[in-house]
Design a protein around this ligand. Structure first.
Ligand code: HEC
Ligand code: HEC
Length: 326
């Protein structure tokens, strides 16, 4: 962070320098110096001014995102809460936070010791490193209060209130208070595991500039309190299943597909396919990873996580994906 802030200050300094150069060339006696020098110096000043502006904005987005203070919370180790948390974490978080295999990719298995550098793995390593955290009590979360951990999930910020590069792009701010607490209760119940890999963000100046340029659509600021819709097989609850089921993280906020971006290739709209399917066909597809006609999902579509959902949750998801888009 310090290095990035120094570079942004340097950019501002260079902009002032280029502005001074421009002023000098415009006062030059020779006409050709005035014209050529003036054009060159204005182009340079404009470029540096634009970079400085985007740099300051990126630094604000990353280092001062303005999340409210963490509330004090004491989440009980209640067995029902822990069980709900286990269900949610095994559908969602495990895909990125499970222990890594020899290639450094998530193994999909316990413990949740993290270590996957998602930036390097998914082709945006030019932004710096974004390494999935160790979520067991053997990692840095041991130093978080329940309130700080709650705030990290709701607002995508760390203990110091700085934006978590990747987590803040995921839709966990829409998880209900109850489910967020369930996840925390479950994480606290895990056996502590240590991890030698250094985890967390190391975003470089390119990342700062890209965040400043608005390249990443940040989710809307979440509400202080979130209540889930009543559990039922309908589109409303299905939309909530798509939140904790991670479908939105890849298929976009409305689960209607996203175009290609710096964060990865395009992801299709699943609705046309799903609306032609019966509930049973849909559940079968999500449990086996095979589309009707026998074509398997490609590797980019993590059906293994969704296959762990209850029938009722999958049926709600079917209702949501076959309802008209809102
Ligand atoms: C798509 C991958 C992905 C998924 C899914 C994911 N995370 Fe993360 N998580 C990351 C990465 C990468 C980091 C490192 C910081 C960053 O870049 O956001 C991280 C960091 C964290 C941190 C550390 C916060 C801090 O203050 O440093 C917590 C806590 C966390 N994740 C919890 C969760 C939980 C709970 C879930 C499931 C509800 C989850 N994550 C799902 C990728 C993911
Ligand atoms: C990590 C990103 C990711 C997540 C999370 C994800 N998907 Fe996908 N999904 C993809 C990609 C990429 C494809 C295209 C590859 C393919 O069809 O095999 C895809 C394809 C699909 C298709 C097939 C679309 C078609 O017309 O062939 C359906 C249906 C689907 N996803 C539903 C879901 C549901 C429901 C969820 C949430 C439970 C979900 N996806 C979560 C990335 C993701």
């Amino acid at each position: 962070m310090i290095v990035n802030l120094l570079i942004v200050l340097l950019l501002i300094g260079l902009t002032i320098g280029a502005g001074w150069l421009l002023w000098r060339t415009l006062r030059a006696k020779k006409l050709w110096v005035k014209i050529l020098g003036g054009l060159g110096a204005s182009a340079l000043t404009l470029l540096l001014a634009a970079l400085s502006f985007v740099g300051v904005k990126g630094a604000a987005v990353l280092y001062a995102p303005g999340a409210p203070a963490a509330h004090s919370r004491d989440i009980p180790a209640d067995p029902a809460l822990v069980a709900r948390g286990e269900y949610l974490v095994n559908i969602s978080c495990i895909g990125c936070h499970s222990k890594v295999n020899a290639q450094g990719n998530p193994s999909g298995e316990m413990p949740l010791s993290g270590g996957w550098n998602i930036a390097a793995a998914e082709g945006f390593g030019f932004l710096g490193d974004m390494v999935a955290e160790n979520l067991t009590p053997g990692g840095k979360l041991a130093n978080y209060t329940d309130g700080e951990l709650f705030r990290a999930l709701r607002y995508g910020v760390d203990k110091d209130g700085r934006r978590l590069g990747f987590m803040s792009l995921l839709p966990y701010g829409q998880l209900s208070d109850e489910d967020t607490e369930a996840i925390i209760a479950y994480l606290r119940s895990l056996p502590p595991t240590e991890n030698q890999i250094s985890t967390g963000d190391r975003i470089n100046i390119v990342g700062v500039l890209l965040f400043g340029s608005g390249m990443f659509p940040l989710p809307e600021t979440p509400s202080e309190q979130v209540v889930a819709p009543a559990q039922a097989v309908n589109a409303e609850y299905g939309a909530y299943v798509a939140t904790f089921g991670e479908c939105r993280g890849c298929h976009g906020p409305d689960v209607s597909g996203v175009p290609a971006s710096a964060m990865g290739p395009a992801v299709p709209n699943p609705r046309p396919l799903v609306s032609q399917m019966t509930v049973d066909q849909f559940i079968e597809m999500m449990r086996t990873g095979t589309k009707p006609g026998g074509a398997p999902f490609t590797e980019g579509m993590p059906w293994q996580s969704a296959s762990k959902m209850t029938d009722a949750d999958l049926a709600a998801l079917h209702a949501y994906l076959s309802a008209p888009e809102k």
